[in-house]
Design a protein around this ligand. Structure first.
Ligand SMILES: NC(=O)c1ccc[n+]([C@@H]2O[C@H](COP(=O)([O-])OP(=O)(O)OC[C@H]3O[C@@H](n4cnc5c(N)ncnc54)[C@H](O)[C@@H]3O)[C@@H](O)[C@H]2O)c1
Length: 315
C-alpha cells in the first residue's frame, strides 16, 4: 500500500507504547485509526493526548477474549466503515520460566501474545479480503522472537510463534494483494520498559541494583522512541517489506545464531526425492511473494499445502 491517506488502521494495544506510536505515525499519514486496548487507564491517556482529533476511534476490548472481540470489530466498522491495516500489537510481559510448575502465567502470555494475534487476524483479514482494496497486516513480535531471553521461555515462545505465524500469513495473503510485516522491537521506551526515573511511585534502589539491572536501565534510557517504531512501520507498509528491525545492537548476535545453525547441518547431500520436493516447495514460497501471482489448489492436493501457482495470473 503506497498511499495510506484515508485508509483505516485497527491497532491492538494501541493506547500506549509502540501501538500508540503506530497510531500517531498513521494519523500523520492522513489515516483513520481505531485504537483497541483493554486498559481504561491507557485509553484515557491516549484520548487526552489526541483530544479533538476525529480521525481516531477508541475501543475498549481484550484481544484474548473472542466473545468480546467480535462486537468490538463491528463497532470499529460502524465508526469508519472499513479496515485496511490490522496491527496485531497487544502484548504482555512475563509468563515465567520453562520449569515454573504453574500454568496461569504461561496461559495468559500465550492467550494475549499469540492468541490475540490469531483472533484478530481470523476476524479482520476476511473483512480486508472482502473489501478488495488491498491491505496490510503488521504483527509485533520481539527481538525475543529471534534471539530468546534466558528465563523467559513463555514470552520468547510466544514471540517466536508470532514470527512463524506472520511468515506463513505473508505467503498466504501476498497473492491477494495483502501485505504482511513483522516488527521485532528491542529496547523501546514504553510501559514495558522504563528507567526508574519514569516510575516515581516505585522505590528503586539504584545503589543496590546489580550491574545487569543497571545496564537494563541504561538501555531503557537509550531506548527507541515508540513514534520512531511507528514511522518504521509506515515505511514497511509502503514498501511492502516483511522484516522491521529497529535495534541494530542485535545484528552480531543474529549473525552468530545463523552461523551456528548453518554449522549444525549434516555434511551428506540429501537423496533425490527429498531434494526435489524441498526445491519445489521453496520455489513455491518464493513465487507466492511475486506480485500478481495467484495460488490455486493443486489437483488432488488440499487448499493449504498442495498449492500450485498460475504465474502472474489475472483474477
Ligand atoms: N517495549 C519493548 O522494549 C518491547 C520489546 C519487544 C517487544 N515488544 C512488544 O511490543 C508490543 C507493544 O508493547 P509495548 O512495549 O508498547 O508495551 P505497553 O505496555 O506500553 O503497551 C502495550 C499495550 O497493550 C495493551 N494490552 C495488553 N494486553 C492487551 C489485551 N489482551 N487486549 C488489548 N490490549 C492489551 C496494554 O493495555 C497497553 O496499552 C508487545 O507485543 C510487546 O511484547 C516491546
Amino acid at each position: 500500500m503506497e498511499d495510506l491517506t484515508g485508509k483505516v488502521a485497527f491497532i491492538t494495544g494501541g493506547a500506549n507504547g509502540i501501538g500508540f506510536g503506530m497510531a500517531r505515525a498513521f494519523l500523520a499519514e492522513g489515516m483513520k485509526v481505531v485504537i483497541a486496548d483493554w486498559s481504561e487507564h491507557n485509553l484515557g491517556k491516549a484520548k487526552d493526548t489526541l483530544r479533538g482529533n476525529n480521525a481516531v476511534y477508541f475501543l475498549k476490548t481484550d484481544v484474548a477474549d473472542r466473545e468480546a472481540l467480535r462486537p468490538s470489530i463491528d463497532e470499529a466498522l460502524e465508526a469508519f466503515g472499513k479496515i485496511h491495516v490490522l496491527c496485531n500489537n497487544a502484548g504482555v510481559n512475563g509468563g515465567g520460566t520453562a520449569d515454573d510448575p504453574t500454568f496461569e502465567d504461561w496461559d495468559k502470555v500465550m492467550s494475549v501474545n499469540l492468541g490475540g494475534v490469531i483472533n484478530c487476524t481470523k476476524m479482520i483479514v476476511p473483512i480486508i479480503k472482502q473489501q478488495q482494496e488491498g491491505g496490510h497486516v503488521v504483527c509485533t513480535s520481539s527481538m525475543a522472537g529471534v534471539v530468546p531471553l534466558p528465563g523467559r521461555a513463555a514470552y520468547s515462545a510466544s514471540k517466536y510463534a508470532v514470527r512463524g505465524y506472520a511468515e506463513s500469513l505473508r505467503m498466504q495473503l501476498a497473492p491477494l494483494g495483502i501485505g504482511v510485516s513483522c516488527l521485532f522491537p528491542g529496547a523501546t521506551r514504553t510501559g514495558m520498559l522504563r528507567p526508574p526515573e519514569d516510575e516515581p511511585e516505585t522505590d528503586f534502589r539504584e545503589k543496590e541494583a546489580n550491574e545487569f539491572q543497571k545496564a537494563l536501565w541504561d538501555a531503557a534510557r537509550d531506548a527507541i522512541d515508540p513514534l520512531d517504531s511507528g514511522r518504521a512501520v509506515v515505511d514497511a507498509i509502503k514498501e511492502n517489506r516483511f522484516y522491521i528491525f529497529t535495534n541494530r545492537e542485535f545484528l552480531e548476535e543474529v549473525k552468530e545464531r545463523d552461523r551456528e545453525m548453518e554449522a549444525a547441518f549434516p555434511e551428506q547431500d540429501p537423496p533425490a526425492g527429498r531434494l526435489k520436493f524441498e526445491t519445489m516447495r521453496a520455489q513455491m514460497a518464493r513465487d507466492l511473494l511475486l506480485p500478481g501471482n495467484r495460488p490455486v489448489a493443486a489437483e488432488g492436493g488440499d487448499a493449504n499445502f498442495g498449492l500450485t501457482f498460475i504465474p502472474n495470473a489475472k483474477e
